[in-house]
Design a protein around this ligand. Structure first.
Ligand code: ADP
Ligand code: TRP
Length: 315
């Protein structure tokens, strides 16, 4: 392979990606694909914690590959693959399970939130950070571009690498989270964090009608000169200098400002929708190739790990 640093990240196929996913993480995958050796996957094993319907999971997973192609990931630069096509990560997660303590996992925000909401928590949800650590560490990744909500998970991956190295000798690299401050937590149409579970998203591959509906639904407080929730979304796609002038000129004219945001978003989203349509036919062969390549790449690392922990390895 190349002497470039290694970048790894993934997105769960649990719903249509939104512009929060894009600006918080996926855009960085594209921006950095020339400077890193990039490996981007569909986190379908993680999705099993919440999707227990085979055809739905398959369809969503295929959809994320198409999304990756749509945003401009180029398979000749970035390896795209399905997490389940590299089963080594599940084995590595088990090895980590036997090192990490329950109290460590009990500190995870996702687990604490689920517990606070009295949700039924499957062991997969509890163990989620361990599988994520395996996804990253098996590659000896240098950087992991993600949104702020994943910061704790990357910190845990670093801790797990240290613990493994301390127990079995130097084996794993400690990865760094790559989080961009200005888009670390993109707000949704209600001003809270944009999230698939809050019904406040603008889908990344939205139709014109969906864009109109989402933007007209942005919550605004009457009495503000600048509708904050509109402005915060607008600044993702237009320079602040531009916007400050625009929002000053149109002070208090919420409807008109929303109209301009709608047009800007359409211009931003339409080319991606078009590229997604054009490239979708390639998705299947791209992930077949990507999975094959990644299995070969991680094979030697797993051989080393098995050796270190005392699992006898047979080719
Ligand atoms: P969601 O949180 O909507 O369920 P995912 O868990 O699939 O989405 O997240 C995929 C990537 O997008 C992760 O790196 C996550 O940190 C990032 N992300 C999700 N929501 C936001 C947001 N509102 N702002 C910035 N990044 C986000
Ligand atoms: N947990 C991430 C999310 O919810 C998805 C994910 C799984 C991931 N494994 C990863 C992200 C490894 C980065 C690196 O969005």
């Amino acid at each position: 392979m190349s002497d470039k640093k290694i970048l790894v990240s993934g997105v769960k196929p649990t719903g249509r990606p939104h512009i929060g996913n894009y600006f918080g993480a996926m855009k960085q995958f594209v921006d950095l694909q020339d400077s890193y050796e990039s490996r981007i996957f569909v986190a379908n094993l993680h999705a099993l914690t919440s999707i227990q319907n085979a055809s739905e999971l398959k369809e969503m997973s295929q959809g994320v590959v198409e999304d990756y192609l749509g945003i401009g990931l180029d398979p000749s630069k970035t390896t795209l693959y399905l997490q389940s096509d590299v089963p080594h990560v599940a084995e590595l997660a088990w090895i980590f399970n036997c090192l990490v303590t329950m109290p460590t996992l009990m500190r995870a925000h996702a687990f604490k939130d689920a517990e606070a909401k009295n949700k039924e928590i499957n062991v997969g949800i509890f163990d989620y950070p361990i599988l994520m650590a395996a996804d990253i560490l098996v590659h000896d990744a240098d950087v992991v571009p993600v949104g702020k909500d994943q910061e704790q998970h990357i910190e845990m991956a670093r801790e797990i690498a240290r613990k493994f190295n301390g127990t079995y000798g130097e084996t794993f690299k400690e990865p760094k989270a790559l989080i961009i401050d200005s888009v670390a937590t993109v707000p949704g149409t209600d001003g809270q964090k944009m999230s698939k579970s809050y019904n406040n998203t603008i889908p990344l591959f939205a139709s014109d009608e969906e864009i109109e509906k989402a933007i007209m639904g942005i919550v605004t407080d009457s009495g503000q000169d600048i509708p904050k929730n509109v402005y915060e979304i607008h600044k993702l796609i237009r320079s602040e200098d531009d916007l400050q002038k625009l929002y000053r000129d149109k002070k208090g004219q919420y409807k008109e400002l929303k109209g301009i945001l709608i047009e800007d978003l359409k211009n931003f989203i339409q080319p991606m929708v078009k590229r997604r349509e054009e490239k979708s036919g390639e998705a299947q062969s791209v992930i077949t190739e990507g999975g094959k390549k990644m299995r070969e790449v991680v094979h030697n690392k797993m051989k080393e790990v098995r050796e270190k922990v005392g699992l006898i390895h047979h080719e």
